[in-house]
Write a protein that binds this ligand. Structure first.
Ligand SMILES: Nc1ncnc2c1ncn2[C@@H]1O[C@H](COP(=O)(O)OP(=O)(O)O)[C@@H](O)[C@H]1O
Ligand SMILES: [Mg+2]
Length: 488
């Protein structure tokens, strides 16, 4: 098309409304801070310092790094929305993508974003976005301003960057008083979550000693979802995924087999075992997505020990549809089937561990284990039968000769206690095979015999025939056999 011949009209986005749109991309406090940390890592920082200053509605969060830093022009460029083309090539270690993170992550939490930065052997520079000023002026204009107290923050570093969030209107109401203890507690809880999130998202960097992330005075310890240090963790074979990604499945030990109760509690993670099952998608060392079955399965209680690591090279961003917040991914259609079948095999092991409470039942002392209930499969229907081979059943038969009442009571008690509820629940939830309809294959003569026995007993006790029949009709499962009862 020859554009030169056409008439044009400017349709520049209106600054005041467009910048408000940036606020609503759906970051949480923890995903927003993680996005700022990404920038520090991309700038080759070794140390990152996160600070929270409680001042009620005037509280401040700062993120400082000792990375390469920026000069004044570079800060301005960094502050420009969309300065980087998402389609341009990025180095393998670059955690950025859309050229929006710094702005969208910050505006999702605060009204003032200030950046102070310094390149090696240069003096520092600073610029701020102030949403109140943008709203007022309707101009895409930065202010050369930074809260006074931070101006010397980089003086002790050769190079580095400080990001300051003030007017945290998404976390705190502006009028919150510094003395408001309940607001302070909420703020502190929200920040605890951030700390845990960071420990998880950047665990590989921390473990590799590539970076230290300081939370106030202390550096954050890594949280590894796969518990590689636990003896009883089961790691599966690594499998290559179509297109260059890799996956490796882990089944965490059953609670009884963790090295300690604390270790079990710690491994649970931010949202508890059931919620933390699923795939963990990494781009390079950076965890993007934690505990998500990527739409392939539902989360179920009995798979809560299953976690599968997926490693993506960052050139696969577009195929896996990594979103701006780096908190969602959609595997391309060509590898879904492979993910599903691999995950199924790991999930099968996970449900075994869950079901047997970590006990390896089948090979105890080389002999066959004798459960009280046996699972039966017939025509892809499942049911449970009492294991007649079980020693106790044999012995209770002997006891029944001397003391039938006690024998029956003991039998019932043990059967009640040993009902395989977990396996039944799992079978039900998997929904691949259905339960056999109760009594569908019980010999009708057996039912008749028992009915006759019960009927005769009632008559012997002085009931009329009608009374006896009425009573039988309300006894499970005989309520289903009214015509048999009528024939008595
Ligand atoms: N802490 C930092 N240190 C050095 N440069 C930074 C830092 N934060 C941001 N930048 C620069 O600002 C640019 C824009 O950042 P951002 O908006 O997060 O987009 P992206 O990370 O996708 O490039 C980065 O590409 C980088 O050049
Ligand atoms: Mg970024």
């Amino acid at each position: 098309m020859d554009y030169s011949k056409l008439q044009k009209a400017a349709a520049t986005p209106e600054a005041s409304s467009m910048i408000e749109t940036f606020r609503s991309i759906g970051y949480s406090l923890e995903t927003a801070i993680a996005d700022i940390i990404d920038n520090s890592i991309s700038a080759h920082a070794k140390n990152i310092y996160i600070n929270r200053i409680w001042r009620g509605g005037k509280s401040v969060i700062t993120i400082k790094d000792d990375g390469e830093g920026m000069n004044s022009d570079e800060i301005i460029q960094a502050m420009r929305p969309g300065a980087q083309n998402p389609l341009s090539d990025r180095s393998e270690t670059d955690l950025g993508r859309f050229g929006l993170g710094l702005k969208t992550a910050s505006f999702s939490q605060c009204r003032k974003l200030s950046v102070l930065s310094k390149r090696k052997d240069e003096s520092h520079a600073f610029w701020s976005w102030d949403l109140d000023y943008v709203a007022e002026s309707d101009k895409w204009e930065l202010l050369q301003w930074i809260p006074e107290e931070f101006i010397g923050e980089l003086d002790n570093l050769q190079s580095g960057t400080l990001v300051v969030w003030s007017d945290l209107d998404r976390v705190l109401l502006p009028q919150t008083a510094e003395t408001d203890d309940s607001a302070k507690r909420k703020f502190s809880n929200a920040l605890d979550k951030v700390k845990n999130h960071i420990a998880m998202i950047f665990h590989r960097f921390i473990e590799d000693k590539a970076i230290k992330i300081f939370w106030g005075e202390h550096d954050i310890t890594a949280w590894n979802p796969f518990c590689p240090d636990e003896n009883k963790t089961q790691a599966r074979e690594t499998e290559n995924i179509n297109g260059g990604a890799k996956m490796k499945g882990y089944v965490l030990p059953h609670k009884n087999n963790f090295s300690s109760e604390q270790a079990y509690k710690k491994a649970e993670g931010m949202n508890g075992y059931p919620a933390m099952q699923g795939f963990y998608v990494y781009r390079g060392k950076r965890l993007l997505l934690a505990g998500d079955w990527l739409g392939l399965f539902r989360k179920e209680e009995h798979y809560k020990l299953v976690r599968i690591q997926i490693d993506l090279p960052n050139r696969l961003d577009t195929e896996w549809q990594i979103d701006i917040k780096k908190s969602k991914a959609y595997p391309p259609a060509v590898c879904r089937e492979q993910l599903e079948s691999y995950a199924k095999s790991v999930r099968a092991i996970g449900s075994e561990v869950y079901r047997h409470r970590g006990k390896i039942l089948k090979q105890r002392a080389g002999q066959n284990f004798q459960p009280l209930w046996l699972e039966k499969k017939k025509d892809s229907k499942w049911s449970f039968v009492v294991n007649r081979e079980h020693l106790m059943i044999q012995d209770l038969k002997t006891l029944a000769k001397e003391n039938p009442e006690q024998a029956i009571e003991k039998l019932l008690k043990f059967l009640e206690e040993a009902i395989p509820t977990k396996t039944i629940y799992i079978n039900e939830a998997q929904g691949e095979e259905t339960q056999k309809t109760p009594f569908s294959d019980v010999d009708i003569n057996l039912i008749k015999e028992v009915l006759v026995l019960m009927y005769n007993n009632q008559i012997a006790q002085g009931k009329t025939s009608a009374q006896a029949k009425a009573l039988l009709k309300i006894q499970e499962p005989f309520n289903n056999y009214e015509d048999l009862i009528e024939q008595l």
